[in-house]
Design a protein around this ligand. Structure first.
Ligand code: NAI
Length: 280
C-alpha cells in the first residue's frame, strides 16, 4: 500500500484504528502527546496480534510484518503522512488545532479525517485552513473488528476527499457508508436512548445496572448498556450525550444523566481506568 497513514491519539480508538491500518498493509504512525498511552497502545496491539496467532487466524511471519509497519511517536514533527485520522479528545477546537498544525508540515493534498462520534464535521472543518480536505471517518469500537465506518462529508468536503476515504476504508476491509453531518450521525443518534433510558431506570431506582445488562443481553443485544458504556469510555459517552443534546436544542428525552457526570468526577471511565459501572 503506497499511502502513509498517521493516526493521532493512541487511546481506545486510535490504537485500534492503527492496528487495523497496519494489518491492511499500510505504513502507519501512531502519534500521541502522552508517551505512556503510546506504550500501552503498543503493548495492546502486540497482545491482540499474538492472540490472533494463538487462534491460528494469523501466522507469526505476518504478525512480524504488521508490527514492522507500525511506528509510534510523541513528536509531532514525525507526523508526515498522506492521510491523518484523528482520535483525540471530543473537542472541535482541539481537533481543528491539531489539523492546522499538521497542515503546516505536510504536503498540500493531505487528507484530515476525524473519528469524532458526534461533533459537526462542518464545524471542525470551518476552523481548518483547508476545509475541503476535512472529512468524518467514524470507526466503531473495537476498530480492528467492527466493519462499519460512517463517512461524513462536511459542507465543503471535496469529492476527491470522499473518494480517498472510501478507498481507504475498503482497503482496510471496512464497509463505508456515507452519512449526513447530523448530530450523532446515524448510529450514535439511534443508540442515545439505549444508554439514557437505562440510566433513567437506575436513577429512578427501578432496576440495577446488572439487572438491566443481564436482561438486555438475554433479549438479544450483544452488550447491555452499562457494559457498553464501560467499553466506549464514560468520558467519551458523556461528551457524545452532551454534544447530541446541545445540537438538537436540548430535548428533555436526551438530557444527559447525573450518573454519567458522577462517573467522570470519580474518574470511573470504564475499561480504560479498570473501573466504571463494573470493575475490570
Ligand atoms: P481516549 O480518551 O481513549 O484517547 C484519546 C487519546 O488522545 C489519549 O491517549 C490522549 O493522550 C490523546 N490526545 C489528547 N489530546 C491530544 C492531542 N492534542 N494530540 C495528540 N493526542 C492527544 O479516547 P477514545 O475513546 O479513543 O476517543 C477518541 C475519539 O474517537 C473521540 O473523538 C471519540 O468521540 C471518538 N470515538 C470513540 C469511540 C469509543 O467507543 N470510545 C467510538 C468511535 C469514536
Amino acid at each position: 500500500m503506497d499511502r502513509i497513514i498517521c493516526v493521532c491519539g493512541a487511546g481506545t480508538m486510535g490504537s485500534g484504528i492503527a492496528e487495523a491500518a497496519a494489518q491492511a498493509g499500510f505504513h502507519t504512525l501512531l502519534y500521541d502527546v502522552n508517551a505512556g498511552k503510546l506504550a500501552n497502545a503498543q503493548q495492546n496491539i502486540a497482545g491482540n496480534l499474538q492472540m490472533l496467532v494463538n487462534k491460528k487466524k494469523l501466522d507469526s511471519g505476518s504478525m512480524e510484518n504488521i508490527i514492522s509497519r507500525l511506528h509510534f511517536s510523541n513528536n509531532m514533527n514525525d507526523c508526515i503522512a498522506d492521510i491523518f485520522i484523528e482520535a483525540i479528545v471530543e473537542d472541535p477546537k482541539v481537533k481543528a488545532g491539531l489539523f492546522n498544525q499538521l497542515n503546516e508540515i505536510n504536503h498540500s493534498e493531505v487528507v484530515f479525517a476525524t473519528n469524532t462520534s458526534s461533533l459537526s464535521v462542518s464545524e471542525i472543518a470551518s476552523q481548518v485552513m483547508h476545509p475541503e480536505r476535512v472529512i468524518g471517518m467514524h470507526f466503531f469500537n473495537p476498530a480492528p473488528i467492527m466493519k462499519l465506518v460512517e463517512v461524513i462529508s462536511g459542507s465543503k468536503t471535496s469529492q476527491e476527499t470522499i473518494a480517498s476515504i472510501f478507498l481507504l476504508a475498503k482497503q482496510m476491509g471496512k464497509t463505508p457508508v456515507l452519512c449526513k453531518d447530523a448530530p450523532g450521525f446515524i448510529v450514535n443518534h439511534v443508540a442515545r436512548p439505549y444508554y439514557l433510558e437505562a440510566l433513567r431506570l437506575v436513577e429512578d431506582g427501578n432496576a440495577t445496572y446488572e439487572e438491566i445488562d443481564k436482561l438486555m443481553e438475554s433479549a438479544g443485544f450483544k452488550m447491555g448498556p452499562f457494559a457498553l458504556m464501560d467499553l466506549i469510555g464514560n468520558d467519551i459517552n458523556y461528551a457524545v450525550s452532551c454534544s447530541v443534546y446541545n445540537a438538537l436544542n436540548k430535548p428533555e428525552r436526551l438530557k444527559p444523566s447525573a450518573i454519567q457526570k458522577d462517573k467522570l468526577t470519580n474518574g470511573e471511565l470504564g475499561r480504560k481506568t479498570k473501573k466504571g459501572y463494573y470493575i475490570y
